[in-house]
Design a protein around this ligand. Sequence first.
Ligand code: PEP
Ligand code: MG
Length: 291
Amino acid sequence: VLQAHALGAAGVGLYRTEFLFLQRRELPSEEEQFLVYRDLVLGMAGRPVTIRTLDLGADKADGSGLTLPDEPNPALGLRGVRLTLAHEPLFRCQLRAMLRASAYGPVRILVPMISDSRELRAVRSLLQQCAAGLREQGYAIGERVELGAMIEVPAAALAIGTLVPHADFFSIGTNDLVQYLLAADRGNDALAAVCSPLHPAVLRVLHDVIAHCRRVGRSVAVCGELAGDVRYTRLLLALGLTDFSMHPGNLLEVRRAVRGSEHAAMRGECRRLLRCDGDGLADWLQRHSEG
Ligand code: PEP
Ligand code: MG
């Protein structure tokens, strides 16, 4: 956080709360979570902080106090919002901690693995109940806490229009979106060449989600590794992205690439890009690499 603030980040685009739950036996209490989130918010001194609700399951499953189901196919299993909605007391505890932190600065709550508007509505309802409960108990909470959906399940990307009425903002998780679009495990080294964002389907989906959000006036970021990888900065600019969320260590390099790019010219490349096959995309990237 100190690094992000010092480098002039516009905010925190993704705070992964799994780190509080992994490698320990018992679940973190509301108070413990609140203190962590509050310090994060205070550290960003008024810039918005996006805190993601628990995304345990699949590759993030070890050692938590939760008994995770023994599933044959965990990447397609009870993970992200599916898991938190199934453990309501735990979810309420986390939402209350986030709401309490919102008294100290702007907080945006981001929900992982959304595939359907019903899940978002269920989270919104829990959030409203938690806010009402906190107010009754005399806690201060921020005036406006935004609720957003991660777009990382292909179904959510394709049905983005049905999510818009229920989400204040969106963040595209390309790590999972690419793995699910291409049916290629993101953690399997043998599939590194297959699990690549340089696929026409990936570009099409990114373009369509970004374009839809721009049209209806919802903010949309990319928060997968792609956004912090300077090789892809121009490609994302071409697709219309304006909001990049990354590890602070990549900030300077990506910012330099954004400033060094002709934005109008990049936008002009969009149609051409969307017609490319995988080899064409690799060529495009080569031609538009820096220097
Ligand atoms: C993603 O899926 O792109 C993402 C940002 O979340 P995670 O890597 O934590 O699954
Ligand atoms: Mg993800």
